[in-house]
Design a protein around this ligand. Structure first.
Ligand SMILES: *Cc1c(COP(=O)(O)O)cnc(C)c1O
Length: 369
């Protein structure tokens, strides 16, 4: 039986194999392996790509969030508003700095933070907002920035899933006071290992992140802050520079394939993604909703089709956050979606014919129910 993965990184590698091997060889021959010329060039290219002044490469997307918040000065006693419908790292970094994540429910159409509910959660302790462009679809950035300005809050875009997406014609990453990317292999721009980046127009913030990533030192061995070991390596940077040249093409292909799924699934009971107005969605994941999610997923598995749940437990219901005191039903949209949503296979190399096959399997499942 044919096996269809959720994401096929090997298929992508086959399309860029020669270029990747060439740049990796170049780095190996060159002898600079961490924070060298490839990292500097990648920083310049990502800054330019996003339309911002500064970019700082770090070890992963989690550290990008952590270092940006630390550089801004988030710490004990502070509150940071974010969404419960995201990967754990978004809130984890807030807690790691001794601050408290405050969760606001999501908009059930886009799965992004419901901006209309943010104001009610702002207190004297609120220091920052972290919108997450979940699944590759931008959050409502102009409304978030207007609120942030009113209350003097720092906005950090968690753009781990959204590199290349746009809001009102402007690239994600250029809206907040700073933004972070992850280059984890499965992200739209992924390395063959870990990597991350902070982008910002704030020179002072960029300077601090640069110092924090090397143990708070500048120059080397002279420490002005308690920092981290969070460096990006040359091999990853060189590979990411190759892949960055393909990113828009790959994102376009994902968008086309998502549109094909939407078309093929429109007469089924599945709820397909809503592509919000004024947004360029990059479909990091193609997320649908089903009442009978688990049995449909089981059926697809039997037919060789991989799927995944993003995310099964909203963050306010995680064990570690029980102490925050959210009761069941407190963030109803996030809780409801955690029971219904799942991802279908999507990547730039996925054949349209395979999408038709997956849609047919879904249709026959509902016909035979
Ligand atoms: C992947 C991801 C992160 C963490 O990035 P890593 O590179 O894995 O540390 C943070 N936030 C979101 C929304 C993510 O999807």
């Amino acid at each position: 039986m044919r096996q269809i993965p959720l994401l096929d990184l090997k298929a992508q590698y086959q399309t860029i194999r020669d270029e990747v091997r060439q740049v990796v060889d170049h780095v190996l021959d060159n002898g600079r392996y961490i924070l060298g010329p490839e990292v500097s060039k990648l920083e310049e290219e990502i800054a330019q790509f996003c339309g911002v002044k500064f970019a700082v490469g770090v070890a992963n997307g989690t550290d990008a969030l952590l270092l940006a918040l630390d550089a801004y000065g988030v710490g004990p006693g502070d509150e940071v508003i974010t969404t419960p419908f995201t990967f754990f790292a978004t809130a984890e970094v807030v807690s790691r700095l001794g601050a408290t994540p405050v969760f606001v429910d999501i908009d059930p159409e886009t799965y992004n933070i419901d901006v209309s509910q943010i104001r009610a959660k702002i207190t004297d302790k609120t220091k920052a907002i972290i919108p997450v462009h979940i699944f590759g679809q931008p959050a409502n950035m102009d409304e978030i920035m207007a609120l942030a300005e009113e209350y003097q809050l720092f906005v950090l875009e968690d753009a781990a899933q959204a590199i290349g997406s746009e809001y009102k014609g402007r690239k994600i990453g250029s809206w907040g006071h700073a933004a972070t990317f992850s280059f984890f292999p499965t992200k739209n721009l992924g390395g063959y290992g870990d990597g991350g980046m902070v982008v910002t127009n704030d020179e002072e913030l960029a300077r601090k992140v640069r110092i924090l990533r090397v143990h708070g030192s500048n120059p080397k061995y002279y420490h002005s802050m308690i920092g981290y070991n969070s460096r990006l390596d040359e091999i990853q940077a060189a590979i990411l520079r190759v892949k960055l040249r393909y990113l828009e093409r790959w994102n376009d292909a994902r968008r086309q394939k998502a549109a094909l799924y939407n078309e093929l699934l429109k007469d089924t009971p599945l709820v397909t993604p809503v592509h919000g107005e004024n947004r360029k969605h990059i479909y990091h994941l193609y997320i649908v909703q089903a009442d009978d999610r688990d049995s449909l997923m089981e059926h697809l598995k039997e037919k060789g089709i991989s799927t995944g749940v993003y995310y099964p437990v909203p963050l306010h219901q995680q064990n570690v956050y029980q102490s925050l005191g959210y009761s069941e039903g407190s963030l109803p949209h996030a809780e409801y979606m955690a029971k219904r949503t799942f991802a279908l296979p999507l990547y730039a190399e996925l054949e349209d014919e395979t999408i038709r096959y997956i849609a047919d399997v879904i249709k026959s499942y509902y016909q035979n129910k």
